[in-house]
Design a protein around this ligand. Structure first.
Ligand SMILES: NC(=O)c1ccc[n+]([C@@H]2O[C@H](COP(=O)([O-])OP(=O)(O)OC[C@H]3O[C@@H](n4cnc5c(N)ncnc54)[C@H](O)[C@@H]3O)[C@@H](O)[C@H]2O)c1
Length: 287
């Protein structure tokens, strides 16, 4: 595990007393981030849909950071005005923000490409637009402050290799990947800017999103492992925070991604990895 001292010496954005805003903070990866950053002495703003889980998360984080260092704000990231309100509450309570984690996400599968438009829109409004709403609400003030800042958006391997199963989720996370790449480029070309963007790409992680499992599957990482890997990656200066898990190694992910982009280069059918004619070729490629 990377120590807090190592991280905070190299990354002034994460200094004790600085402010971190985390969406989707009532559960899973977001809650693990909140607890770890609280243990580093940061002030924490927890944003999630309201209710008992958000209250419980606030209690848990306050037990680490102290009551006065935690703010919980019921926020629906699919609504731009709620992110604006979150920003007002945050800047009013704590002042400048140095870490924004746009992490809220849902996995409800709306089904086929031509069905359930409203459910498709809802998923995209949360997973994709939620990230943009967060950046719009916080980035201008983070830039204006002129201080070191980080924006971490949570994508997914499903937004890169786009496996069949939940197309709307894949589309949303492919959008987050492209948006965050463009955000990183825009930030590094902004005169005087000291804010960097990163794409968090968790592997299989045991959280509220892991359907059906009551205890951690052997192949999954915990949220805490993801956050430790995230901090170590940001420390190295990595834009792509490509997390392995207990099943997928980095080299397996590299091959899967190479095969996916190879569909275009080799003029194979879309998603050839799951096409019966390419089963053997893909298996051989992975060896
Ligand atoms: N768990 C995995 O294996 C995995 C893998 C890749 C990516 N991810 C991504 O990681 C992120 C965190 O997910 P998690 O696995 O910790 O799941 P989780 O369900 O434990 O946490 C997601 C949180 O987002 C909140 N949320 C949902 N809709 C919201 C909305 N409209 N506004 C505000 N908050 C909302 C939920 O209430 C929940 O607390 C998500 O973006 C997810 O897509 C997870």
């Amino acid at each position: 595990m990377t120590t807090n001292a190592e991280i905070q010496t190299a990354l002034p954005a994460l200094a004790s007393g600085n402010v971190a805003v985390i969406t989707g903070a009532a559960s899973g990866i977001g809650l693990a981030a909140a607890k770890r950053l609280a243990a580093m002495g940061m002030k924490i703003v927890l944003a999630d849909i309201g209710g008992a889980r958000l209250d419980e998360a606030r209690h848990a984080v306050a037990a680490i950071a102290g009551e006065s260092a935690v703010l919980a704000v019921a926020t629906d990231v699919s609504k731009a005005d709620e992110l604006d309100r979150l920003a007002e509450r945050t800047f009013g309570a704590f002042g400048d923000v140095s870490l924004l984690m746009n992490n809220a996400g849902v996995g409800n599968n709306p089904g086929k490409p031509w069905e359930n438009r409203e459910a498709w829109k809802q998923l995209l409004d949360i997973n994709f637009w939620g990230v943009i709403h967060g950046v719009e609400a916080f980035a201008p003030r983070m830039l204006a402050a002129g201080k070191p800042g980080l924006i971490v958006n949570t994508g997914s391997k499903q937004g890169i290799t786009t496996p069949p199963g939940n197309l709307a989720y894949n589309v949303s996370k492919a959008g987050v990947k492209t948006y965050t790449e463009g955000l990183a480029h825009a930030l590094r070309n902004e005169p005087g800017a000291n804010v960097a963007a990163h794409l968090l790409i968790p592997g299989f992680t045991f959280t509220g999103l892991t359907e059906g499992a009551t205890e951690k599957p052997a192949g999954a990482w915990t949220g805490e492992q993801v956050i430790d890997f995230m901090l170590a990656s940001v420390l190295r200066g990595d834009f792509y925070i490509l997390c392995p898990d207990n099943e997928a190694t980095r080299s397996m992910d590299e091959k899967r991604m190479a095969w996916a982009i190879g569909d275009i280069i080799e003029n194979r059918p879309a998603l050839s990895r799951w096409h019966p004619d390419y089963k053997e070729a893909f298996a051989a490629f992975m060896k």
